[in-house]
Write a protein that binds this ligand. Sequence first.
Ligand code: SF4
Ligand code: FES
Length: 159
Amino acid sequence: MADRAYPGTGITVHYDRTRCRHVAECVRGLPLVFDPERRPWIVVDNERDPLLVAEVVRRCPTGALHYELDDGPAEVPDPVTTVTAVPDGPLLVRGDLRLDLGDAGRMTETRAALCRCGSSGNKPFCDGSHERIGWRSVAVTDREPSGGRPHSEPAVTDD
Ligand code: SF4
Ligand code: FES
């Protein structure tokens, strides 16, 4: 975990670079706030509406971004848990998640990119290693008749 806080008026944005997969939803949503070419790359007060900043943070599919509103509620998880497989990449999960971190216990989350190549050094999260090793996902129709999950998939519970 490499969480860094970026305080602004009415809201603080938190960024964990180890979980960012550079999907750029944040940059597309608020390019004046999120600019990877600038240092610091997050300037929260470039947007006057903290609720809009929060809305864009919630688009971050990996959970690299989170927020705290000074006077507002905490992020509410999606009511339905969804899992989206990125071709040749991680599983994007949204919902009221409890992630098993092994010796580090359990973590409550709303969004996460979970490793399914088995090579991440930051399990259960994707760290981009699938690109380094050239991992390819296998189409469902090409799997064993048993239909079992690949053994490398991480466990996700939403209890
Ligand atoms: S939306 Fe999240 S994962 Fe994508 S670039 Fe921004 S912080 Fe990184
Ligand atoms: S799927 Fe990205 S590191 Fe495994």
